[in-house]
Design a binder for this molecule. Structure first.
Ligand code: NAP
Length: 349
């Protein structure tokens, strides 16, 4: 499979490092991929129809901070041009989440690839949060795959689990701690740090966004709630319709009071279907909740995350992710590529 990578930041580079160092990962033996194009926002592009030498790509970017002399033919190539003109099988969307623009650029990338009959893997949550149904329908119409495992809980198998291992159940409720910055900040505040100091610590570690309001005001979490609700509960729930509670209003006193009652404060995401005016509707929420210390949610430390799925037959299961790093995230793309390869090898399985 020939890959076109859109965006070459944290995830793109880690994915390239893993693919360039395949010998260290025996599990990748069966994965037949080459990268034929890479585009960025401001660092130029690299193209080689025969497959880019990823070691060389990483070295060039490391040395110069941008693609240049090594790839002159691609110097001014934009993502839209690459999507329209290059010969590739899979577009991997790894550009930044754009909340103000309601994901428009990434949605455009995904649509262009699908319209050309190319498969898409997205790490960007925007297309699921704001355009899930039209993109899913377009992929079906074109007979191509549209995969997105990385969008929630990095590489942990959230969508694969729900779609492939839980057949026969109706999913009733989704709950999770899905934003690492707010969980990290709450854990630091429990240790006595102020909100401002805890946020500064998260930024120093590279956990928080440059503008921490995206995390603190619940926007990142709301986009994840939308993605999960739209895909797994067949909702049409944009992030603007998800109720949000900001962490900014949480005082050290509230955290201390909760601890005295043997509870921990956690930012909990929820989505569930409920009866409404003769039909049903999906409600999405991001709330600061007190969780009993005996609940698995209370065990999530630092940048970890957790998801509880409640179903009509199986009941509840819980998936946790501990100490994620960039490999955890890049693995989400690897897992989608394996799924795609399997589907191409055995259609309809
Ligand atoms: N990091 C994580 O742990 C994580 C986990 C799950 C999901 N995600 C999602 O995955 C995506 C990528 O995350 P990241 O951490 O790798 O982001 P990042 O480090 O900010 O990198 C984003 C990359 O996209 C490029 N870019 C911007 N506009 C572009 C365009 N129009 N066409 C092509 N490239 C463009 C940027 O180029 P410049 O370098 O020139 O600006 C940069 O190379 C985001 O949507 C994020 O929400 C991230």
């Amino acid at each position: 499979m020939k890959l076109l990578l859109l965006g070459f930041g944290n995830i793109g580079r880690r994915l390239a490092e893993i693919l360039a160092d395949r010998a260290s990962y025996p599990g990748l033996d069966g994965l037949g991929v080459s990268v034929v194009g890479i585009t960025t926002g401001s660092r130029g592009a690299a193209v080689d129809p025969a497959g880019l030498d990823l070691g060389r790509v990483l070295a060039e970017l490391g040395a110069r901070g941008r693609f240049g002399e090594g790839y002159p033919a691609a110097a001014t190539l934009t993502s839209e041009e690459a999507l329209r003109d290059l010969d590739y099988d899979v577009a991997v969307e790894m550009t930044p989440l754009d909340i103000a623009g309601r994901g428009a650029a990434a949605i455009g990338h995904v649509r262009t690839a699908l319209e050309r009959g190319r498969h898409v893997v997205t790490c960007n949550k925007g297309p699921l949060a704001w355009a899930w149904r039209p993109l899913r329908d377009l992929a079906r119409e074109k007979g191509v795959a549209f995969l997105y495992e990385t969008t929630v809980m990095d590489g942990a198998p959230v969508f694969n689990l729900a779609q492939r291992c839980l057949r026969g159940n109706t999913l009733l409720r989704i709950e999770g701690i899905l934003n690492s910055t707010t969980n990290f900040v709450l854990c630091e505040m429990e240790r006595g740090l102020s909100l401002a100091a805890a946020v500064a610590g998260a930024q120093r570690l590279g956990v928080a966004e440059a503008d921490p309001a995206t995390d603190l005001d619940g926007w990142d979490a709301a986009v994840k709630v939308s993605a999960l609700a739209n895909v797994l509960l067949d909702a049409e729930l944009p992030p603007e319709a998800v109720e949000r509670e900001s962490l900014s209003a949480v005082t050290p006193q509230r955290i201390e009071d909760a601890l005295t009652r043997e509870h921990r404060l956690k930012v909990v995401c929820e989505a569930f279907r409920t009866a409404s005016q003769g039909g049903t509707q999906v409600i999405g929420r991001v709330r600061v909740r007190e969780v009993p210390v005996s609940d698995p949610f209370a065990l999530v430390e630092g940048t970890g995350s957790i998801l509880r799925l409640t179903m009509d037959i199986l009941g509840s299961i819980v998936l946790t992710e501990e100490d994620p790093d960039l490999s955890t995230t890049a693995y989400g793309v690897v897992s989608d590529l394996f799924r795609l390869q399997e589907e191409l090898d055995s259609p309809g399985q």
